[in-house]
Design a protein around this ligand. Structure first.
Ligand SMILES: [Zn+2]
Length: 131
């Protein structure tokens, strides 16, 4: 069974309790190890993410900017950004756990959540947020 590392735990603890519950269950069910990349972002961190084109919005307009954070970024570990299939596999687990728990979330790989990942203007595969 997988276990979140220290950094992942710290980032996850900055997230809304519902996201924490989802991500703990996800790790139990996932066939891949998971890393928590980001929870809450401070003003400085948000504007850095914006400048690096990892986010489309500046502080305080991201769901990562609330306290606790209403968004979390995760990735299959070890991370291979080019292997989108692994992100999609992990997303399936996340969405099914959230559904079971009755928590509404949306994924940055399918912002309008219509099941079509080709109608995106900005792909953010690690990103999940509360609706
Ligand atoms: Zn994010």
């Amino acid at each position: 069974m997988f276990k979140y590392g220290k950094s992942s735990e710290k980032r996850l603890s900055s997230c809304d309790e519902r996201l924490q519950r989802i991500m703990r269950e996800v790790l139990k069910r996932s066939t891949q190890d998971v890393s928590i990349l980001c929870g809450h972002r401070t003003e400085e961190e948000q504007n850095k993410a914006f400048n690096e084109n990892k986010s489309k919005v500046t502080f305080p307009n991201s769901k990562h900017n609330s306290k606790p954070s209403s968004a979390v970024d995760i990735a299959p570990y070890p991370i291979d950004w080019d292997d989108t299939e692994r992100f999609k596999l992990l997303t399936k687990v996340v969405l099914s756990v959230a559904k079971e728990m009755g928590i509404n979330i949306r994924w940055g790989g399918d912002w309008d959540m219509d099941g079509d990942t080709t109608d995106q203007t900005f792909n953010d595969l690690p990103h999940f947020e509360l609706c």
